[in-house]
Design a protein around this ligand. Structure first.
Ligand code: TEU
Ligand code: CA
Length: 586
């Protein structure tokens, strides 16, 4: 496979509303991002993925776009954007735009025109319109992702339109060639501006079956999945997009593809399928429970490892992985997969970073993850700002279906607002995010967890991310090596090896708050420790084992690094320890 810049890149996701406010209206903006470019340069990332910054009534914080070629007033102007692009490029940082084309806002001109009626209206067929059933009810039983029916009756047109998300997000009709022309023209316009790629929102949903029968009922509504996810023409549309737009520029493309398996990914992002560069999969973050996605259960480590390993091996040599724990739709990684208590927050945040960044694929860092930011201590439903959480609470609790006490821990654990509290820059009021009133509350732990306290502190999560990023640039085995899982049955340790052109890497991560023992494979004797979060282990070459023996293999029965007793060939891992060893084969 030909090597590409996006395979070697590290991406940083910005949720602009919560990143940095430059004019103190409480809302993050483009000038705020510009102010923080040097911070991102210092971290060492190569690419910024900007969550949507287009004109939007903000029913879903910019994922409902009313004008694709204008900047949201609250975020600034097109001049601000041009400046951001220039200033990022001058620092060697590329900009990837969020592309939301499964749906528009109902305030988009296309929809305003479309609702006027069918016939010879050029926009009449831009959306998915259906007649009511004879009794006036919805065309079928499908539910929307944000609660309620997926159909909304439009008085003006006298028909229902489909919306897989909120009713202010009508789904575009990709079957209509005019829709595709309009979308591709808009994408070309951005490419001509010099942007560096697209992250494509729910791109696996753009093709729907023509027949739209009732779905299997889950909860209150029918499931649209079989008729809308990886629909009949999705690959045809993406190949057309690639042919007409993507292949003409030097871009990075990543499709958000809920419901994707490694086999699907090899079609969406295969080396020679001419669609996308990579996809986001969600198997490792989806843990459905009693109340759908609202669930506070942890995924067992064996299951998590099984999923990530399947993706590592399933795509190897065929397609390219994207690597993430966090994004603007997910709770904070350290709270979900690590331990956000005072004793282990820093340690486990570094461990998770190691575990992810040593895998094969392009790593994505979500703003604040590099500081070990945590979930928010929600007190009541009034704390929510997110349309999904607000609707979910109404639908599950206020309706009387589930008692508050049972539902509350579940919604708090995974609410998207956990990711959306303002970036914690320093310990001044509102964490230095704004001097106004922030649109969503700042996490009260900002005095302790903030960027200013971490930059330059060698023990900080921030500096640890800097190191991981630098390692990826120095060691091609991290980018291109193959992958093998060790200890698949362990509920405590996630360990794997990588190999590329005679270079080997061993990553060992402990997911427990207790000590654990790990037997180092013999071929890693004399390996060099590239990075660790452990207190009792040193980075650098393994001097004590003299090159012949494996790390920790002294007959004395002592751990080479920490000196604590353990079995022959075994080392003691500290709670939440992460360690990476490197060895060149003789
Ligand atoms: O998300 C789509 C998606 O499938 C989910 O992650 C979803 O947001 C939700 O959590 C389902 O329970 C994308 C965007 O990332 C999200 O922010 C938007 O709200 C959504 O599409 C609609 O544009
Ligand atoms: Ca602002």
């Amino acid at each position: 496979m030909k090597h590409s810049w996006w395979q070697e890149a590290i991406v940083y996701q910005i949720y602009p509303r919560s990143f940095m406010d430059s004019n103190n209206d409480g809302i993050g903006d483009l000038q705020g991002v510009i102010r923080r470019l040097d911070y991102l340069k210092e971290l060492g990332i190569d690419v910024i993925w900007m969550s949507p910054i287009y004109q939007s009534p903000n029913d879903d914080n910019g994922y409902d776009i009313s004008d694709y070629q204008a900047i949201m007033d609250e975020f600034g102007t097109m001049e601000d954007f041009d400046q951001l692009l220039r200033e990022a490029h001058s620092r060697g940082i590329r900009i990837v735009m969020d592309l939301v084309v499964n749906h528009t806002s109902d305030e988009h001109l296309w929809f305003v025109e479309s609702r006027k009626g069918g016939g010879d209206n050029p926009y009449g067929d831009y959306y998915i319109w259906r007649d009511p059933k004879e009794d006036g009810s919805e065309p079928n039983n499908w539910g929307s992702c944000f609660g309620g029916s997926a159909w909304q009756f439009d008085e003006e047109r006298g028909q229902y339109y489909l919306h897989l998300f909120s009713k202010k997000q009508p789904d575009l009709n990709w079957e209509n060639p005019r829709v595709r022309d309009a979308v591709f023209a808009m994408m070309t316009w951005w490419c001509e501006k010099g942007i560096d790629g697209f992250r494509m929102d729910v791109i696996s949903l753009i093709s729907k079956t023509r027949e739209m029968p009732d779905g299997v009922v889950r909860g209150l509504y029918g499931d649209y999945g079989p008729y809308c996810v990886h629909g009949p023409r999705v690959h045809e549309y993406l190949q057309e997009m690639n042919e007409r737009v993507l292949s003409r520029y030097d871009l990075m493309t990543v499709g958000e593809t809920p419901g994707v398996t490694p086999e699907d990914a090899c079609r969406y992002a295969g080396n020679d399928t001419h669609e996308l560069n990579m996809v986001f999969q969600f198997e490792h973050v989806d843990v459905p429970g009693k109340y759908g996605k609202w669930n506070d259960e942890k995924m067992p480590l064996t299951v998590l490892k099984g999923i990530l390993s399947r993706w590592q091996t399933g795509l190897y040599g065929k397609a390219w992985n994207s690597l993430f724990w966090d994004n603007h739709d997910q709770p904070r990684a350290v709270s979900r997969f690590g331990n956000d208590g005072a004793q282990y927050r820093v340690k486990s945040a570094k461990m998770l970073a190691t575990c992810l960044h040593m895998l094969q694929g392009t790593p994505y860092i979500y703003q604040g993850e590099e500081l070990g930011m945590t979930n928010y201590p929600f007190q009541s439903p009034a704390d929510f700002r997110d349309i999904e959480s607000i609707h979910a609470y109404k639908e599950w609790c206020e309706s009387g279906r589930v008692p508050h006490e049972a539902f509350w821990p579940c919604i708090v654990a995974v609410s998207r607002d956990n990711a959306r509290t303002p970036m914690q820059w320093d310990d001044t009021e509102h964490a230095g995010f704004t001097q106004g009133k922030p649109w969503i509350a700042v996490n009260p732990n900002y005095k302790e967890i903030n960027a200013r306290a971490q930059i330059g502190d060698p023990d900080s999560v921030f500096c640890y991310y800097q190191k991981l990023i630098a390692l990826r640039k120095q060691y091609p085995v991290i980018v291109y090596g193959d992958y093998q899982l060790l200890l698949p049955e362990s509920e405590e340790i996630f360990a794997y090896t990588r190999e590329y052109e005679g270079k080997r890497l061993l990553t060992v991560c402990s997911f427990t708050d207790k000590e654990a023992e790990f037997i180092v494979p013999e071929e890693f004797g004399g390996a060099e420790c590239l990075i660790t979060n452990a207190v009792g282990r040193k980075e650098g070459p393994d001097k004590e084992s003299s090159g012949k023996e494996a790390i920790g293999r002294e007959d004395s029965g002592k751990d080479a690094c920490s000196g604590r007793a353990c079995r022959k060939g075994g080392i003691r891992l500290e709670a939440y320890e992460a360690v990476v060893w490197y060895k060149e084969l003789a």
